[in-house]
Ligand binder design. Structure first.
Ligand SMILES: NC(=O)c1ccc[n+]([C@@H]2O[C@H](COP(=O)([O-])OP(=O)(O)OC[C@H]3O[C@@H](n4cnc5c(N)ncnc54)[C@H](O)[C@@H]3O)[C@@H](O)[C@H]2O)c1
Length: 332
């Protein structure tokens, strides 16, 4: 599969590095409106053509698929042009700036018999795959909550707030693990340095009493990537910054053993073993891009298709509405 990559800023080089080394893919051209980004690319890949005009990539007859690795406000326009010119698209998260654009692109891809994958990288990490397995096989039992802290100092984005920058990771993970759409969202936050919120807290109410909370922050003195997931049978802590033992599963919980009178529950605390399951050690983006190439050749559906991207954008839109009303409950 011949790729064209649009956007060679922070994330684009990771996409190019993987696409140039995975089986069955080749990068023919890189576009970036910033010529110094292209000079960096040319130093590493002298054999790949570069251009400051993304339409050169989109109109190239030899290119089968386009990777759109640019800021979110450009995703709609670039993806639309790629789909109109017969190219499959791998587009960064968040998929689009609003749900209307996302739906239009999904319809366009369907009409043109083309595929959209949204880069929900975390779905391809060893940790998320293991958590998915633990939920699917019933090890965790009925899910109670998902609670994530994703904070660090910067990187400040100039076009979106911290929710649109960092929360798509958790929202895509939740979409994959919980397999349900939230009923309502509450988001609070504050901007301190420009007009965009740099600190935010989001709560999502899912069906069957599942609740999720996400803390995203560009003004944290330290980087934290910790998620707690509580189930009826087991609970786990996923610390993505740990080199080994990122995931720890605890046989801990609470059993109700009976009622004493109307209000007094008889509670039995369970405090069993902890174990750290073996996780697949592979670069998630590499696995995801190989999956893109494989699924297109076999016709298999993507788990992170345009619809998955659209569900995340809908949650982000609801969060934006709630943020603007200082935390009102917004129904999806
Ligand atoms: N999946 C992940 O883990 C992950 C990580 C980082 C960033 N991202 C996503 O990747 C995208 C890019 O983020 P980044 O941090 O690399 O941003 P960036 O600003 O560092 O790089 C974007 C590049 O795109 C170029 N560009 C902008 N508009 C263009 C256009 N119309 N045509 C051609 N080039 C254009 C810019 O010159 C710049 O070099 C964002 O959507 C972001 O959310 C995803």
């Amino acid at each position: 599969m011949n790729f064209g990559v649009i956007g060679y800023g922070y994330w684009g080089p990771n996409v190019v590095r993987n696409l140039t080394t995975i089986e069955g893919s080749k990068v023919l051209m890189i576009a970036d409106t910033n010529s110094s980004a292209l000079s960096r690319a040319q130093k590493i890949y002298p054999g790949i053509n570069v251009t400051t005009n993304p339409m050169d990539v989109i109109l190239s007859a030899n290119i089968d698929a386009i990777a759109v690795i640019t800021p979110v406000w450009t995703h709609y326009e670039l993806t639309k042009a790629a789909l109109e010119n017969g190219k499959h698209v791998f587009v960064e998260k968040p998929f689009t700036s609003n749900a209307e654009q996302g739906q239009e692109l999904i319809d366009l891809a369907l009409r043109n018999n083309l595929r959209i994958m949204v880069d929900h990288t975390f779905l391809f990490t060893g940790a998320v795959r293991k958590i998915h397995q633990l939920l699917d096989e019933g090890t965790l039992g009925k899910l109670y909550y998902y609670d994530s802290t994703r904070v660090n100092l910067g990187l400040f984005q100039h076009d979106i707030n911290v929710v649109w920058d960092l929360a798509p990771h958790d929202l895509s993970i939740m979409d994959y693990l919980i397999k349900a759409t939230p009923e309502a969202v509450v988001a609070t936050g504050q901007s301190h340095l420009n007009v965009y919120e740099d600190v935010a807290f989001m709560t999502l109410y899912f069906p069957e009493k599942i609740i999720a909370h996400i803390n995203v922050n560009w003004l944290s003195p330290v980087k934290v990537r910790t998620t707690l997931i509580g189930g009826e049978k087991k609970m786990l802590v996923w610390n993505d910054l740990e080199a080994d033992e990122k995931l720890k599963v605890y046989d801990r919980g609470v059993n109700i053993t009976g009622h004493e009178g109307v209000y007094k529950l008889l509670v039995n605390y369970r405090s069993g073993d902890m174990w750290a399951p073996q996780l697949e050690q592979v670069e998630a983006l590499r696995k995801e891009l190989s999956y893109f190439v494989d699924c297109i050749s076999t016709g298999q559906e993507f788990i992170n298709d345009g619809l998955a991207g659209l569900r995340v954008v809908r949650m982000l839109e609801a969060a934006s509405e709630s943020l603007s009303k200082r935390g009102s409950l917004v129904y999806l």
